[in-house]
Each structure stands twice: as C-alpha cells, then as structure tokens.
Design a protein around this ligand. Structure first.
Ligand code: NAP
Length: 482
C-alpha cells in the first residue's frame, strides 16, 4: 500500500475554509493519498491573544511536513497585528512566489482568444514587506525598502530555473530602477549579471509602470516576469484580472525547504459562509502542490477536470456569471469531481517538470568590495521652522568640524542652500554632512563626534553614513543636489 504523505492544511479566514475544503475534497476524490494535518493561523489565532497570528503547533507542523495548503488569512488594515501570511512566508524563508495565469476555456474576458499564459515570479520576503517602519516625527512615517544581492540572486535564478522547467522562452525583469537606483537597481543589475548563464532563454528589462501598461495592452508578449515584492504583489493581481479575476489565480510560495500553496486572493469576508465563491484559485494552488510533491498524473487529472467544468460552463460560480445566476461553491466542486478523468476540448495541460531551486548558502551573505570609505553622514532632524533657519544653525554647529553641511533636503528635494523653488516642507529634514577633505575617510569616532555636536542643539532621529564602495557612491543624491 502507498505511504500517505502528510500535508499541513490551514483552512484560514473568511472564504478560506470553503475554498480549502473544496480542494481537499477533490484531491481525496482523485485518490491521492494525503494525510491532512489541520492547523491554524490568522484571525482566530490573533483573537486567542497570539500577536504573531501563527501558534507554535502550526510552526512545528510546517517544519515537520514541509508542504502546506493554506486558505487566505485576514489582516487588520492600517493598524493592529502584522500579517500572519507575511509572517509565515518570512518564518519559512519562502522567498519565491510563483503566480501563473493562463486563459481559461469558457471564461470570457476582454482578452479572450489572445492566448495569455504567463507567470509572475515575485520576490517574497524582502523589499517594503520586510515591514521595518518607524514614525520618525509625530507626522512623518518611514518604511525601509531592503533589497539584498543574495535575495536578488535567489529570485532571479528561480525565475530562470522555472522558465526552463516549464519550457518557457523568456524572462523579463520588471523594476523601478530608473527612480530607486540602488534598491530596485540591485535586482536589475543582478538579473543582467545572471541572465547570460541562461542563453537558451531570452531576457530583457522593463520598467514596472510600463510593464503594467504592456500587460494591459499586449499581455501575450510576456512569459515569465521576475520582480520585487511590492511590484509583484500589484501586477499579479492585475494579471489575475486579465484571465477572469482573483477567483482563478493560484500561487506557490517556494523556499529551499518549505513550500506553501495558497490563492492570490484574500479572505473576501463579505462572501464567507455563503457557499457562493469561486474555489478555483485554491484548487489550482493544490494542483501546484501535487506537482511539487511529485503527483504529476493526479495534478493533471484534476487540472483537466477543472478546465472541463469551466469550459462547459454548467456550474459557473457567481464571479463569472453574476451572483444571481451562479452555481454554489459546493455544486461547482461536485461538478469537478464528476469530471475527473475527462479532458477539456480546447485546452491542454502544460508538460511540467520539477523546479530546480537555486542552491545558495544558508550562511549570512557578505559582498566584499575592493575598497570602501565613508565620506560623510546624513543626519535626520525634526525641526518645526524653515530650511534657512535650520541650515544657518547647522552651518554654525559645524564651523570648526572636519565636516561641512553640504545640503538639506525635505522629502528628498534639496531645500538648503535655498534655491529658486519653494517645495512644500514638513518637520523632517535630511541634513547631509560631508568631509571637507574630499580624499579622507570618516572614522566611526568622527561620525559620532559630528552627531554629538548636532545633538547638542537639535532633535535628531536617524543617522546614515555615506559610504563609497569601489569608488562608487553608496547613496543617492537629493532632487536638485549637485
Ligand atoms: P480579497 O479578499 O482578495 O477580495 C477582493 C475581491 O476579490 C472580493 O471582494 C471579490 O470581488 C474578489 N474575490 C476574491 N476572492 C474571490 C473568490 N474566491 N471568488 C470570487 N471572488 C473573489 O481582498 P481584500 O478584500 O482586499 O482583503 C480581505 C482580507 O484578506 C484582508 O484582511 C487582507 O489582508 C486579506 N488578504 C489575505 C491574503 C492571503 O491570505 N494570502 C491575500 C490578500 C488579502 P467582488 O467584490 O468584485 O465580488
């Protein structure tokens, strides 16, 4: 007798239990031998007073089973606890979020007949989603956008390996490197370094806003798109919309050890418990999960049954035909079970192979430059008056210092020395001090002494050294700074 594979299942919040229940029922009906270990995360766990939303027995189960089928988890918006989804992705370092969309037979959209078949490979643990935020003054908030060379390498290699595993022809890298030259630029640079290792796959860079435009205008030009976390979050909802909406968009969160399968959509609380939602996204996430655990035949059988059901339109859910006419979630699920063993007339499953995840060391990554020095520091100051009064005060503070005040910016635009323009200012000022001796290296003691001098007269909240690596500035200029 075949050994049962144990999978952790998290039903989730809102519509989650209905979607996940449908997927489990279909997998069981397809005869796949899975032992479901039910665990919880999200809203009901927050309510138990566990602030992370992820209890210890869930973590233990995931560590043991290494494969998770998960429903969406609700997150309070704009206040309260952190997202338990993001916590799960980060705890288990599932750094790659694979979001395929493909035209469905029988789901009519403005794009029907165009042959959309693309995958967004979204970096899943870095970027603004590192969630490092501070109120720097009572009226100014900051979120750190952290992007690492190691994180870029992992996601870029995953995108190319994924393209190879699925026989796809191209990988486009979508970034905002024209504006965020260091963070988004690091993904672009890493992509351009690694792409030549995959000469069989065409590659190019596209600016993310143009990518969104192109996706609406000519989506069929894309095959695989690799991008940063926030960009990927947004464009993958867009790509879901191209093929019928969030009810149809599956996703896999892949790490080197653990994989979490879920829908792109959230808990859609207004539909919870009504037996009306479309469970396709979670069912197709379960199909991705089956391929991940090597159940290729069962995966294709279920995928075919889903496509037959959609193609014939006899059990279409409310999001496709309107909620007055839509089939119940349970009827649609039963129709898929009844269609197991059938093949759609106009749709063919892809030939899938296991993805070769990149091997990157677990050790902390260090990039060692040939040379490095510090040429100054940005000190961030809270100041209730105007730029000129702050500038004059700081000029006098550093009159006898090895540093001079080069400029002050407000929300990224130079405001001191005062120029011809008058930007609208807030009480948060970035004050850039540079060494008077342009060839020198500022030691930590020198930066500390500068900070002590400034702190004696001003309310500072943050300091950032200005590094140079291999002779190149490791900081950007303010708008208007020369
Ligand atoms: P959402 O739950 O994805 O719902 C947005 C809209 O998408 C719904 O109102 C509905 O559209 C449609 N929709 C989503 N899933 C559907 C399905 N299976 N069948 C049919 N239609 C579906 O997004 P949200 O309202 O922004 O977020 C609700 C909660 O979910 C929040 O707490 C959020 O943090 C959380 N969330 C969790 C995850 C996750 O667990 N991975 C992801 C995203 C959001 P119509 O209103 O047009 O019918």
């Amino acid at each position: 007798m075949q050994n049962k594979r144990t999978v952790t299942v998290i039903p989730g919040d809102g519509i989650g239990p209905e979607c996940v229940g449908a997927a489990m029922k279909i997998i069981d009906a397809a005869g796949v031998s899975i032992e479901w270990e039910e665990r919880h995360a999200g809203e009901r766990v927050f309510k138990q007073g566990i602030p992370s939303g992820v209890p210890a027995d869930t973590i233990e189960s995931i560590k043991k089973n290494r494969v998770v089928l998960k429903g969406p988890l609700g997150t309070p918006v704009g206040f309260g606890q952190k997202s338990a989804n993001v916590t799960l992705r980060k705890l288990f370092e599932t750094y790659a979020n694979i979001r395929p969309v493909r035209e469905f037979p029988g789901v009519t959209t403005p794009y029907s007949g165009r042959g959309i078949d693309l995958v967004v490979v979204r970096e899943n643990v870095e970027d603004l989603y590192a969630g490092i935020e501070h109120m720097q003054t009572p009226g100014v908030a900051q979120c750190l956008k952290l992007i690492s060379r190691k994180g870029c390498e992992k996601i870029v290699r995953t995108a190319f390996e994924f393209a190879r595993a699925e026989g796809r022809k191209s990988v486009a890298c979508a970034t905002k490197a024209n504006i965020m030259k260091m963070t988004e630029g690091l993904l672009k640079k890493t992509f351009e370094e690694i792409a030549p290792e995959y000469p069989d796959i065409e590659s190019w860079h596209v600016i993310i806003d143009n990518c969104a435009h192109q996706l609406v205008k000519k989506p069929e030009q894309y095959d695989v798109i690799v991008t940063t976390n926030m960009n990927g979050d947004i464009i993958s909802d867009l790509t879901s919309g191209l093929v019928g909406g969030l009810g149809f968009a599956p996703t896999a969160n892949l790490g080197n050890d653990i994989a979490i399968f879920e829908a792109v959509h959230g808990s859609a609380p207004k539909y919870a418990g009504k037996d009306v939602i479309n469970p396709t996204a979670v069912i197709l996430s379960a199909v991705m999960m089956l391929r991940h655990i090597g159940e290729f035949e069962a995966a294709t059988r279920i995928e075919n049954a889903v496509m037959v059901t959609i193609e014939e339109g006899k059990a279409a859910t409310g999001d496709v035909v309107g909620y007055d006419n839509g089939a119940k979630t349970s009827e649609y699920t039963q129709a898929i079970i009844d269609n197991l063993g059938r093949k759609p007339a106009t749709w063919q499953a892809r030939d899938h192979q296991a993805i070769q995840m990149p091997t990157v060391s677990d050790e902390p990554a260090t990039v060692v430059p040939a040379s490095r020095r510090v040429i100054g520091a940005d000190i961030f100051i809270e100041w209730p008056q105007n730029a000129e009064s702050l500038g004059q005060s700081l000029d006098s503070v550093v009159a006898d210092s090895p540093f001079r005040l080069k400029m002050i910016s407000n929300r990224g635009t130079k405001v001191y020395p005062v120029g011809d323009t008058a930007p609208d200012c807030v009480d948060h000022w970035r004050c850039r001090f540079v060494l008077r001796d342009a060839a020198a290296d500022a030691t930590p003691d020198m930066v500390m002494a500068l900070l002590t001098q400034v702190a004696a007269k001003h309310e500072w909240m943050h300091v950032e050294k200005l590094p140079e690596f291999n002779g190149e500035a490791g900081y950007t200029m303010a708008q208007g700074e020369d």
